[in-house]
Design a protein around this ligand. Structure first.
Ligand code: HEC
Length: 116
């Protein structure tokens, strides 16, 4: 593990991906692109540069295992509170509950092929 340089890279990544004003016709998509895509990828499959410095790396949302494991409630909770021992930060101070619901819906519909 490259130690502090990996941490510095992460801090930079998070900083660069900080959300601006995220309102528009498809708020979930916009929030994802501005805030989550840097780690989770354009296709939600976790194939990102950031994944190289993350352990564990972001999972592949499009895999059958993810579809099975990730309920909507669990995803909302994970985005709100973060995931312990991973780079997944709690977003509750930066996104409203509505924005979190919208971005989770975008992942579920756009990448997991689920209804909502
Ligand atoms: C700094 C990189 C990074 C950013 C930015 C990031 N994530 Fe994550 N995310 C991770 C990692 C690492 C994990 C843990 C491995 C996993 O479960 O994918 C994770 C996990 C998740 C999970 C699965 C949690 C579970 O219950 O297993 C969801 C859902 C998720 N992220 C959604 C988001 C959303 C939505 C955003 C944007 C608001 C976001 N992430 C931003 C790195 C990131």
């Amino acid at each position: 593990m490259a130690g502090s340089s990996a941490v510095a890279a992460l801090v930079l990544i998070i900083f660069l991906s900080a959300p601006g004003a995220s309102h528009g016709s498809a708020p979930g998509k916009k929030i994802y692109r501005e805030t989550c895509q840097v780690c989770h990828g354009e296709k939600g499959d976790g194939q990102t540069f950031a994944a190289n410095v993350l352990f564990p790396p972001p999972r592949d949302f499009t895999s059958p295992a993810s579809k099975k494991e990730l309920s909507r409630e669990r995803m909302i909770r994970s985005v709100t509170q973060g995931r312990p021992k991973t780079a997944m930060a709690p977003w509750k101070t930066r996104l409203t509950p509505e924005e979190i619901r919208a971005v989770v819906a975008h992942i579920r519909k756009g990448f997991m092929g689920l209804e909502e």
